[in-house]
Design a protein around this ligand. Structure first.
Ligand code: FES
Length: 318
């Protein structure tokens, strides 16, 4: 495939949100780049034979540049850290031409875009195209906090005060993402587009289960880790004194709900922070995308929708 690759020059790096940079590339020879459609990605051929896919977030009308955004994942597979730390403006990188496995349907009906974290990138490109073509759209964007949500200014400009863009954060005072309600509010002929971590996409698929599959489109990026479902440990709820065994195949959230313990959750994917619960004793097995590395090391909080326990007992502030 090397003969199909092309050389691109890094023109700009910009900090877009906490832990997220955008990188703008132009053709190394100064010419036009192969065109793309909204939802497309390019494969970057990184040193060490690493191939990493990144969605293009700019307007698909543009042929003079490719813009991607990268979340720095210290515990990821290395591509994001390399892209954050190594390339300098002017450097030439190698990419494969854009491919689209997540294209917009050719329909005048409403498009409902659901983004989790860095999953905003292809959906931003879609929102730009839908808006330009005068087609109805709505965007739900789940992020840890407004400071962690990239491209809010661009999204606000696209929204132009019409209430089409809703930012969902797990923090107090912020609107939480209710996936089922977001889907239920859309007309019968709406098309749904979800992009985010694997676990968020599972929740998205479940919420869209009653809709025709041809109207449900998704792009899942590899979660840096799977939900902890090995079970084999016990929860102690400090306030009620209740003890609950977490069986294999269950998350902590599953086990609590099975025992009718009232807890808040939304994305079920470790993205939004809604289910954050205090840890009083024990060592969590963190699997979320929400806590910082330092917060993980402190072990004072856990996302119960996806994280498990490394210790035989986990005492929670419940
Ligand atoms: S419910 Fe969103 S992080 Fe757990």
């Amino acid at each position: 495939m090397a003969d199909q690759s092309l050389k691109v020059r890094l023109r700009q790096i910009r900090l877009e949100a906490q832990g997220i940079v955008s990188l703008e590339f132009v053709a190394a020879d100064g010419g036009a780049l192969p065109g793309f459609t909204a939802g497309a990605h390019v494969d970057f051929l990184l040193p060490g034979e690493k191939v990493r896919s990144y969605s293009l977030l700019n307007d698909p009308r543009e042929t003079h540049r490719y813009v991607i955004a990268v979340l720095r994942e210290a515990e990821g597979r290395g591509g994001s850290v390399w892209l954050h730390d190594r390339p300098r403006v002017g450097d030439v990188l190698e990419v494969r031409p854009p491919v689209n496995d997540f294209a917009l349907a050719d329909t005048p009906s409403e498009s409902v875009l659901v983004a989790g974290g860095i999953g905003i990138t292809p959906l931003l490109s879609m929102a730009r195209q839908l808006e330009r073509e005068g087609r109805p759209w709505r965007l739900h964007y789940a992020a840890r906090s407004p400071a962690h949500a990239a491209f809010l200014d661009e999204l606000r400009a696209l929204d132009a005060g019409r209430g089409r863009v809703t930012l969902h954060c797990g923090e107090a005072g912020q609107v939480r993402l209710d996936m089922a309600a977001a889907v239920a509010a859309a007309p019968a002929d709406a098309h749904f587009y979800g992009c985010g971590p694997a676990r968020m996409i599972e929740a998205f698929q479940a919420a869209c289960a009653a809709r025709p599959s041809a109207q449900v489109h998704l792009e899942r990026f590899a979660a840096s880790s799977e939900a902890a479902t090995a079970g084999g440990f016990e929860l102690v709820l400090q306030r009620s004194g209740q003890r609950i065994a977490v069986a294999p195949g269950k998350t902590i959230l599953d086990a609590l709900l099975d025992h009718a313990v009232s807890v808040q959750y939304a994305c079920s994917a470790g993205v939004c922070g809604t289910c954050m619960t205090g840890v009083i004793e024990g060592e969590p097995d963190h699997r979320d995308e929400y806590l910082t590395d330092e917060e993980r090391r402190e072990n004072r909080q856990i996302m119960i929708c996806c994280s498990g326990s490394k210790s035989p007992t986990l005492v929670l502030d419940l």
